[in-house]
Design a protein around this ligand. Structure first.
Ligand code: GAP
Length: 453
């Protein structure tokens, strides 16, 4: 149950996201469109940092994983073979009184009788499956032969390209194919900000293996994925591993974990780690008539590999990062009086802006020139923001609020006016501790690079 403080916290997060340009409602000037969101200047940086780090850890830092980037629209046969056309649905109920269309599991039940959660009516239709895929037509004619769907997961293009990727990459089992891309689901009830959206991004790895390795690799990937979240600033104690029960699990899976996070609106899934057996490749081999077998050089056996799939949501992880980072503490204002400070404590690795550069005074030419020099020095290495307007305290606050972990101030010491030994040094301020250290400009890039790596 969401407590009022959690609801208030969520409200503040949503409002900050809009005010500072992380996330906007899609098509806002036309009243928006439910379940669709746009990422603003800071949101896009955060999202990109997350995807880049996932790619680095899952692809670049491994010998056994390669990447691909598949199309969103695919031959309809893919969705028939995968089972999505027939079974990718939520059970849904219509209320005959208020005309609301709701998921069957959202009905209230009183003394064994189902009621509409909107108007309380008991006049409800039987529950019917509602396919979550967005249907579209390819080409000029809109008939049965031109139907396809916007992909509801990125995984299927990996399965159907398995043979091509295997041949060109010359990998041996176990090995994986990774992909980051858009997915679309016509969710009946999008909610909790970006958590359940109709258009979202997934980061998926299909890790192919021998049948006997499946269960061990399921454990291995669960652990790897937990480490990943810790490495981007989501602590282990806010994450929970749910073993998906036999009833809830896809029929072809012999083991699935959900990695859940304590959002302000409750404990919810961030990622699924599933052992999908050889179901997908077998289905595509059967339907396409093309062999998707692997040939083992050593044993001279041919077989369809099994697969373990860690599948994470970009948007959900971005939301978790923002929720985790959001905090309020106290800091002195210009006159030394304590005031509430709003700060996003992003891990420096994923923070949208890594370092802000502030000349102490904007009307002092030498300070401004040094500031711009430092921006040029840092820019090839990281996303930097230059700000010369307003009191220095205000400038710090503006950066704290968007989670910039480091601030560099160019002051009169930098010009060597009081103490020649301090010439070409600056203060480096840490967002979280608000402590300042004096560092030489020539060391700045190396110090910051080490802290944001
Ligand atoms: N290929 C497996 C697959 O798609 P899933 O559990 O349906 O599995 C994987 O989705 C992840 O995609 C989820 O854990 C979640 O992070 C994200 N996701 C799924 N539906 C979503 C939605 N409507 N909005 C935002 N993210 C979603």
């Amino acid at each position: 149950m969401t407590t009022p403080t959690d609801a208030q916290r969520m409200e503040k997060i949503v409002s900050l996201c809009k005010r500072r340009g992380f996330i906007f409602q899609s098509s806002e000037i036309y009243g928006g469109l439910n379940g669709l969101w746009d990422y603003g200047p800071l949101g896009v940086e955060l999202k990109r940092n997350l995807k880049n780090y996932w790619w680095r850890v899952m692809v670049h830092e491994r010998d056994d994983v390669v990447g691909m980037d598949g199309s969103i629209l695919m031959n309809r046969a893919v969705w028939k073979a995968s089972g999505h056309e027939d079974t990718f649905s939520d059970p849904m109920v219509d209320c005959r009184v208020c005309k609301a269309r709701l998921r069957a599991d959202q009905m209230i039940e009183k003394k064994g009788v189902r009621q509409c959660p909107n108007c309380g009516s008991k006049d409800l239709t039987e529950s019917r499956p509602f396919n979550l895929m967005f249907k579209t037509y390819v080409g000029a004619t809109e008939d049965e032969s031109s139907i396809t769907y916007l992909r509801p997961e990125t995984a299927q293009s990996i399965f159907v390209q398995f043979k091509n990727v295997l041949e060109v990459s010359r990998k041996k089992l176990p090995f994986g194919i990774a992909q980051i891309g858009k997915a679309f689901r016509n969710e009946i009830n999008p909610r909790n900000f970006t958590f359940r959206s109709r258009e979202f991004e997934q980061m998926e790895l299909e890790y192919f293996c021998r049948a006997e390795e499946g269960m061990r690799l399921l454990e291995y990937w669960k652990e790897q994925r937990l480490k990943f979240y810790e490495n981007i600033g989501i602590p282990r104690d806010t994450l929970h591993v749910k073993t998906v029960s036999d009833e809830e699990r896809a029929f072809y899976s012999t083991g699935t974990y959900d990695i859940e996070y304590d959002f302000p609106f409750g404990r919810q899934e961030l990622e699924g780690v599933a052992y999908r057996t050889d179901y997908d490749l077998s289905q595509h081999q059967k339907t396409s008539g093309k062999s998707l077998e692997y040939f083992d050089e050593e044993t001279k056996q041919r077989f369809i590999p099994h697969v373990v799939e860690p599948s994470a949501g970009v948007d959900r992880t971005v939301l978790a990062l923002i929720c985790e980072a959001y905090s309020e503490d106290e800091a002195p204002d210009e006159k030394g009086k304590m005031e509430t400070r709003l700060v996003l404590r992003f891990h420096p690795r994923i923070a949208p802006i890594k370092c802000a550069v502030f000349p102490l005074l904007k009307n002092k030419e030498q300070l401004v020139a040094k500031g711009k020099e430092i921006v040029d020095l840092l820019r090839p290495h990281m996303n930097v923001f230059y700000d010369e307007s307003g009191a220095i305290g205000r400038r710090y606050r503006r950066q704290d609020e968007i989670g910039t972990p480091f601030g560099v101030t160019i002051d009169f010491e930098t010009l060597g006016e009081k103490d020649a030994s301090l010439r070409d040094t600056v203060t480096l301020r840490d967002r979280d501790s608000m402590k300042q250290e004096r560092v030489a400009i020539q060391d700045l890039a190396a110090i910051l690079r080490a802290r944001i790596a």
